[in-house]
Write a protein that binds this ligand. Structure first.
Ligand code: GRF
Length: 197
């Protein structure tokens, strides 16, 4: 299975997927990495691992449509079976969603449907969880649809919220869990336990 990972910033989730593939916990390859951010760590990580990587953005391409055409060309070039959005801060164009229907997944650092939707990313999520006095948060992996954080949930795991947690402390605990959980769930996608539709 050829995976394309899209990431915008640190790429620690990307690294967990790469490592899972390298040590055969996931029977698949990260075949290409795409980022909208030319100076993201994600692109550097791909580079360090000799994985082809592309900085593609609507600004560079001229329009959302032109960007979608470029992304689709790259996905075709690497025979991509599955797309994983690991901290990708942009919405994918409908033409990509349609072509890879059921084959695009996103990871969200909370228990959707709570704490999802537009604006719910990064520390905003963990701050909202703490303000709501939740005892438990977690990680959600879901299929990607045309609305933010609303496609079919394929897997969730919980993470405790501790008393006096700051958003940063909670975020670090959730991210650590993401790294393990990603490997478990992508492995289930690769071996067919979670179907690609
Ligand atoms: C993670 O918290 C993930 O849930 C969210 O973006 C973050 C990515 O972190 N979608 P990193 O860039 O992989 O370190």
């Amino acid at each position: 299975m050829n995976i394309a990972v899209f990431a915008s910033h640190g790429g620690s989730d990307l690294q967990a997927i790469i490592d899972g593939c390298k040590n055969n916990m996931i029977e698949a390859n990260v075949s290409v990495v795409i980022s909208n951010n030319g100076s993201s760590m994600a692109l550097q990580r791909a580079n360090n691992e000799n994985i082809p990587s592309y900085h593609l953005s609507a600004k560079k391409s001229g329009s959302e449509e032109a960007l979608a055409v470029e992304i689709l060309d790259v996905l075709e070039k690497y025979n991509i079976d599955m797309i994983f959005l690991a901290g990708y801060m942009r919405m994918l164009h409908i033409s990509i969603l349609e072509k890879y229907d059921n084959r695009i997944f996103n990871i969200h650092p909370a228990l959707l449907p709570k704490f999802g939707g537009k604006g719910m990313y990064g520390m905003n999520v963990h701050t909202a969880v703490i303000e709501a006095k939740e005892k438990e948060t977690g990680v959600t992996i879901h299929r990607v649809s045309a609305e933010y954080d609303s496609g079919e949930i394929v897997a969730q795991t919980t993470v405790p919220v501790l008393e006096n947690d700051t958003p940063e402390e909670l975020g670090a605990r959730v991210l650590e869990r993401e790294h393990e959980f990603l490997v478990e769930v992508i492995s289930d996608i690769a071996n067919g336990k979670i179907c690609l539709g």
